[in-house]
Design a protein around this ligand. Structure first.
Ligand code: GRF
Length: 222
């Protein structure tokens, strides 16, 4: 039988995406073990969620390191000790350097709150509103050196309404999309249905050339 997937999650904030992974693993919807959660902010509520779930927690505050490279090196060392099959960036708000990304090439995914390739970077909800987008959403992608530019795995969309502000839009993207697509992607990785390579992805034996769409799935995570 396929060994259970070992997963390390990097966080910076509230941890709702992390909580969705914790819940899906404990319900056996994902055949994986969350072997460590690392935050670059010691006060991140995400760390408390991990501790509550009995997961090994690590606070590594980036300002305690002399420079970006020193932080990246220490982070990589902590991750490697946990020997993960997959590293998940779940609201990790720190840009990672080339050497770090290269060391984890083909085994690191990120959730980004926009319909990539639209709105890479920060303030995606505000920018979607400013640009008059009629739909918005979130994307899980493979992490590459190109910030928010790695191959797409799965995305889901919501309609933007005239009453929306950045807060209401963020909440809808979180509940209707993020909390479903991240557990779904990890569940597929854990079963082997989704195979990550250095630059390409296969889904059920076929090279993935565009993002899978949440709306096409018959069953989704809650
Ligand atoms: C999410 O919107 C994620 O897409 C973005 O940061 C937010 C993190 O939220 N990168 P949480 O920490 O999972 O609650």
């Amino acid at each position: 039988m396929r060994p259970r997937c070992r997963v390390v999650v990097l966080v910076s904030g509230n941890g709702r995406n992390l909580q969705a992974l914790i819940d899906a693993c404990s319900r056996q919807q994902i055949r994986a073990d969350l072997v460590g959660v690392i935050s670059n902010r010691a006060d991140a509520p995400a760390l408390a969620r991990a501790a509550q779930a009995g997961i090994a927690c690590f606070a590594m505050e980036h300002q305690n390191f002399s420079d970006r490279e020193a932080f990246d090196r220490a982070l990589l060392e902590t991750i490697q000790k946990l020997n993960p099959d997959i590293v998940v960036l779940a609201g990790f708000m720190r840009i990672l350097g080339k050497a770090f990304v290269a060391a984890l090439s083909g085994k690191m995914i990120n959730i980004h709150p926009s319909l990539l390739p639209r709105h890479r970077g920060l303030h995606t909800h505000r920018r979607a509103l400013e640009d008059g987008d009629t739909e918005h959403g979130a994307t899980v992608h493979l992490v590459s050196e190109d910030l928010d530019g790695g191959p797409l795995i799965i995305q889901g969309r919501v309609s933007v309404s005239e009453e929306d502000d950045a807060t209401s839009l963020a909440e809808r993207v979180m509940t209707e999309v993020e909390l479903k697509i991240l557990p779904q992607a990890l569940a597929w990785i854990a079963t082997g249905e989704l195979q990550l390579g250095h630059k390409a992805i296969e889904f059920r034996g076929q090279k993935l050339t565009k993002a899978l769409q949440l709306e096409d799935l018959t069953e989704t995570f809650q």
